[in-house]
Design a protein around this ligand. Structure first.
Ligand code: ZN
Length: 415
């Protein structure tokens, strides 16, 4: 047989988890002793190492003996571009103060807003770059980033332009989200601020093409469901897709808004009713669960992941990285999802790959090792996929490829 030429062969894994078959164990599409052939940045074939060696010759071979291959992780929810940290506030939380108490006293997010407004674009870029490198070295190949620490037009645009610059210079795939409605700025009423988001910020963001999604923090004491709906309707008219921080602390109608507007995702969902979650099976809203957020806030309250999975919803997982939840790795989220949400390894793997891609509307391009998809993949030093969620704190990530280019080797960024 004449061997076809490809650019890269990744061979000899213990397991290659393709997420490309529903007839395999728990829908993971596992190939034992498998690998992946890549050409021009795309997946040509995921198959057994034997078959790949018979069919292809490659310019480059990556041997991943004693490792597993997965699609690159997708983090569908971060607040990654901001200045400063809030380690002092975290000590108050340990002592028992709640997120909302701290916010009412002008701390919390408002402190980060002040620091971010003062920060230069270059310093925001450098912070963003360092954090994205950590994401990459933790196996994430696609990262969503929200604005929301400017809370006035110039500063929201400054953050989104930083995200665009990161998009240009960083190998991670980056999805930008405008979240001007993250908090009410000090000294303003929410109704006045909502009008400025709708009349000034959103048209400016859309016209400059700086965001793909619009998100709103729908919560008691922040933006109610009517305000959230107004903002998201305007965003949809301007061509943005929709996300919503829904029902994190109270059932305030966030999930209902997501269903009504057929948002791409609804995130948090800690207090959403079973009725609204059930509707998501028809409206196509992807639930994004953020167990590290509940963990950092020490609320001991978590979304009903098992209920959602039982309904057949494609549950996605994200980090919710922010100054109040300083956590960047999806493998750490996996460890929390197993313990706090009682998700098994297969559910978690889908949650950080194909379902997370769905939460960004990217499930046709990334999230599985399907032929023709972008060749984003990660190799982990693990005997089997069941190590995901089981171990944490291990240096499991070895190689990361994005679009067929190796960007991480031995757990460190190389390009
Ligand atoms: Zn968030």
């Amino acid at each position: 047989m004449v061997k076809k030429r490809v650019d890269v062969l990744v061979l000899n894994s213990n397991e290659t988890i393709t997420l490309d078959s529903l007839d395999n164990e728990n829908g993971l599409g596992i190939i034992d002793h498998g690998g992946v052939a890549i050409k021009q940045g795309r997946i040509v074939l995921a198959a057994s190492t034997d078959l790949l060696e018979r069919k292809f010759r490659a310019g480059r071979t990556i041997d991943v003996e004693n490792e597993i291959i997965l699609p690159g992780f997708v983090d569908p929810h971060t607040h990654l571009v901001f200045a400063g940290a809030r380690e002092a506030e975290f000590q108050l939380r340990i002592a028992g103060a709640s997120y909302m108490e701290i916010l009412r006293k002008g701390g919390g997010i408002i402190e980060t807003v002040n620091r971010t407004r003062q920060a230069s674009p270059e310093s925001l870029f450098q912070f963003g770059k360092q954090r994205l490198d950590t994401c990459l070295e933790s196996g994430s190949t696609t990262v969503e980033i929200k604005s929301g620490y400017g809370l006035r037009e110039d500063d929201e645009l400054k953050i989104l332009r930083t995200v665009q610059r990161l998009r240009k210079y960083h190998p991670c795939n980056i999805v930008p989200t405008f979240m001007g409605a993250h908090a009410v700025p000090p000294g303003e009423t929410s109704s006045k601020y909502v009008q400025s988001v709708i009349d000034e910020m959103l048209p400016g963001v859309a016209q400059a093409g700086l965001a793909e999604f619009c998100d709103v923090f729908c919560e008691q004491g922040v933006f109610d469901s009517i305000e959230s709906e107004m903002i998201l309707r305007k965003a949809a008219r301007l061509g943005l897709r929709l996300k919503i921080h829904a029902d994190q602390f109270t059932d305030c109608g966030g999930a209902e808004v997501s269903n009504k507007l057929r948002a791409t995702s609804a995130d948090h969902l800690v207090h959403s009713s079973a009725e609204q979650l059930g509707h998501m099976t028809k409206t196509g809203v992807t639930p994004v669960l953020l167990p590290s957020s509940s963990h950092s806030l020490m609320t001991k309250e978590n979304a009903d992941a098992q209920g959602m999975l039982g309904m057949g919803l494609p549950v996605a997982l994200g980090t919710d990285f922010s100054p109040s939840n300083w956590m960047l790795g999806q493998l750490t989220v996996a460890a929390l999802a197993s313990r706090d949400l009682r998700m098994n390894a297969s559910e978690i793997i889908r949650g950080i790959t194909i379902n997370a891609a769905r939460a960004l509307g990217l499930e046709k391009r990334i999230g599985s090792l399907h032929r023709g998809k972008q060749a984003d993949l990660v190799t982990l030093r693990a005997p089997s996929h069941r190590w995901i969620g089981y171990t944490y704190g291990e240096r499991m990530v070895d190689n990361v490829l994005i679009g067929g280019e190796q960007v991480v080797r031995d757990g460190r960024r190389i390009s």
